[in-house]
Design a protein around this ligand. Structure first.
Ligand code: GLN
Length: 195
């Protein structure tokens, strides 16, 4: 199994590190010519404005959209979730419009820009998952095709799956808990030949 990690900007090295811990081949992707041949793609956290601009400048947008539409599994974390959304509220960032979610950037305001909280994510089992939130977005709306995987105690959705697309408002790559990446790899494995 081979996973590409979009390395335009942001926390891509941490994702590569986790994938290596899981003994999966993972390499950074910066150019359209580097987008082929992956079993899955990760769009990391960072600044969605910068990642979006670089994706446009490097002609990555239509290729990533085409790959997603042809079934490539994609995990987007934090800024990556913002970019996967159909709509971003109060923002001129152009999303990829791949998941039927509406997100709000920087949804926790200055008082609570970064925090950590335990999340119950049923698809990962009973043990709570350490949710690391850094200037995080939230899911404001999702259509019926989207499964909200976990919510904060106030009901706000902070991770979702739609088909082979997975998104989290938090940063699983900044924890020692490998289960969120393992879950993504299980989605990837559903579509690869066991050779
Ligand atoms: N606030 C950032 C944005 O809007 C996302 C932060 C992150 O990825 N940690 O793009």
């Amino acid at each position: 199994m081979r996973i590409g990690v979009l390395a335009s900007q942001g926390a891509f090295a941490e994702h590569i590190d986790i994938l290596h811990q899981l003994e999966v081949e993972a390499l950074p992707v910066r150019l359209p010519s580097e987008l082929g041949g992956w079993d899955g793609l990760i769009i990391p956290g960072g600044e969605s404005t910068s990642i979006s601009r670089l994706m446009v400048d490097y002609n990555l947008v239509s290729e990533i959209k085409n790959l997603a539409k042809s079934g490539l599994p994609i995990l987007g974390t934090c800024a990556g979730m913002i970019l996967l959304a159909r709509e971003i509220l109060d923002s001129d960032v152009e999303p990829l419009e791949l998941m039927d979610i509406t997100v709000r950037r920087n949804a926790f305001g200055r008082q609570k820009e970064s925090f950590e909280t335990e999340l119950i994510i049923p698809v990962l089992g009973e043990k709570p998952f350490p949710g690391v939130f850094i200037r995080a977005p939230i899911i404001e709306q999702a259509n019926s095709e989207v499964e909200i995987l976990t919510r904060l105690t106030n009901g706000t959705g902070v991770a979702a799956r739609q088909g082979r697309l997975l998104a989290s408002a938090f940063h699983p790559e900044l924890t020692n808990d490998l289960r969120f990446h393992q879950y993504f790899l299980s989605i990837v494995a559903e579509g690869t030949n066991p050779d």
